[in-house]
Structure formats: structure tokens, C-alpha cells
Design a protein around this ligand. Sequence first.
Ligand SMILES: *Cc1c(COP(=O)(O)O)cnc(C)c1O
Length: 354
Amino acid sequence: MEYAIKEVPSASLKQKNLENLKFGEMFTDRMFVMEYSPKNGWHNAKIEAFHNFSFSPATMVFHYGQEIFEGMKAFAYKDGKVAMFRPMENLIRLNSSAERLCMPKIDADFVFKALCELVKLERGWVPAKKETSLYIRPAMIGTDPIIKVRSSDNFLFYMILSPVGPYFSSGSKLSKIQVEDNYVRASKGGMGFAKTGGNYAASIKAGMEAAKKGYDQVLWLDAEERKFAEEVGSMNIFFVIKDTLVTPALNGTILPGVTRKSVIELAKHLKIKVEERKVAITEVIEGLQNGSVSEVFGTGTACVVSPVGTLGYKGSNFAVGNGEIGKYSSILYDYLTGIQYGQKDDLFSWMTVL
Ligand SMILES: *Cc1c(COP(=O)(O)O)cnc(C)c1O
């Protein structure tokens, strides 16, 4: 399969302003698009000008949410090169989400090649300042203009690019997280492991109620018993318990984060003990009180490693550590971002340098 590259006339290129970047509000000049039909499979692949789509109001994705997406990043190196962090992991995960939502798989090698080309064409949009990057958003939607409940036959896959600043721009770096013991995000047999819009739609209400009480995000518990920690909004969660990194084991309801996997691999390399297992929320709360839990942090593409300063549970707040960023959070953040920005050796061959 081939993709076409449609020229974007220089007169229609956008004005670039890469100062004071927010998250996900600005998009580059070009995008990748391809279509799927049962007869032709994936076809009509092209890199072309970023543009709006036009769809019937009956289009399936608008009604039944047959949608999946990914999120990864490209970074500017000091020497002018641009590099992507583990993009193949994301394309493979996209196919796992596709399988769950009865959507067609993409040819990951083909899409990888097209993505490299797209990012190369848009290298002028990769911001160079500290903590900035080019966020890459692949997405797939069901496009049949029919409101019967069934799987769509036709699909659209696209990738858009957005220069971004740090995910949490608000001054304090330590976040305040509410342990959610009423609403649930995903249950066994559901689609918690898939990166799909429906999981986010289901989580908005809890997030808004927590925000009203002054929390930044919620920590989800398991759907059956509301006993075990699962993950945070758009991040996986880690606890440092007596110098061991402990994170909930992947069980089908948790999103298998690429950052989570990378932190585990990195920690093992650094001879830090790691356990993937069930983590009872009472173990965490008691550990915060008796000092055996010294750090809590989230991991995700957008925030990398995000330290938690406070956990709210059943109406009480529990401080994590001493109000400063913990030892393991800083070591892992510095190491991982060092690799991502090309300042540390890429020991694990995680970077795709363009
Ligand atoms: C994307 C996402 C994560 C983090 O995954 P990364 O691959 O590390 O970015 C965690 N939880 C949810 C629900 C997500 O959608």
C-alpha cells in the first residue's frame, strides 16, 4: 500500500506561535487520513492539509461511540533532530483496541512509515522549549451514515499533530487526587483496556464532582468491590511502598500504558524493585498514615511521571510524603525525559529518530 502526499500551498500555512503552549488546542498544517470499506480494505491513504470533515448527522460514531484513539509524542533534540517515543507500542495498542470495538486493524508498519513522513514534514511545529513536545493523536471512527445499532462497515483513520506544553500548567506540581468509591470507570468484560472515547465519557461526571471539591483527578477503584486501586483518569498509578514500586497488575479493566511499561522496564534496569499486583486502597491509606507508603505518582504520555501530593478518601485527605516531589518520582521523571529529549543514552532503543 502507498500513501499520497498532497502539497499544502505555502500561502495557506498557519502562523506558528509556539510560545505559552497549552495542551491540545493547536494543530499543525497537515494530517494523515485513510478510509476503510469492506470491499477495498484500507485505501485512499494520504497526507494532506489539516481540514474539517463533513459527515451525515446519522454517522454511527456520533450515536454509538465506535471510536478508538492513541496518544504519543515527538521531541526536539538539541541537534535539530526530531524523535518519537515508542510509536510502535501505540500502533500495536490501537490494534488491540480495534479488536475490542470490532473495528478493522491497521497495518502498523505502513502507518508507522506514514507517521514518520508526516512528522518530518511538520518538524517546524515541534517545539524546542523544556517540557514541550509534539503530541500525536491517531484516531479511528465508524462512518456509516446509518443509525441502526450494529458495527459500522466503513471507517476513517486519521492522525493529527498538536504542539503542546506541560500537561499540568497550574503552578503546583503535586496533584490532589480523590479516590472514587462511588462511580466506576470499567468492569470485567468491559472495555477498560481499550483506548476508546466511551471510557472517557463514562468518567467525566466523577472528574467534575471531584474538581468541585478541589481535586485534580480521581483514582478509580475496581468495579466489583471498590477495594483495589486501578488507575487515574488518563494515567496509570504507582505507589512506593518500602522502596518497592507497586502498581496494579493489568487485569483487563486497566489501560496498559506505554509509560507504565517503560517505568517498569527502567526501574528494573536501575535495580529498583517493582511489583505488579492487586493494591488494596486500605493498604495505601494505612501506609500513608504509618509512613510505609512514601510516594504516589501517575504515569502517562501527556504528563510522563506526575507526583501526587494528596489522596482524598471517604471525606478525609491524606498527605503523601512531605509535600515535595519524592525520590523515585524525580529519578524516573529525569531518566525518562532524559531519554525522550535525547540527553541520556537511549539504552532500550525506545526512540525513533527522524
Ligand atoms: C492513555 C491512557 C493512559 C496512559 O497510557 P500511556 O500509554 O502511558 O500514555 C492511562 N490510562 C488511560 C485511561 C489512558 O487512556
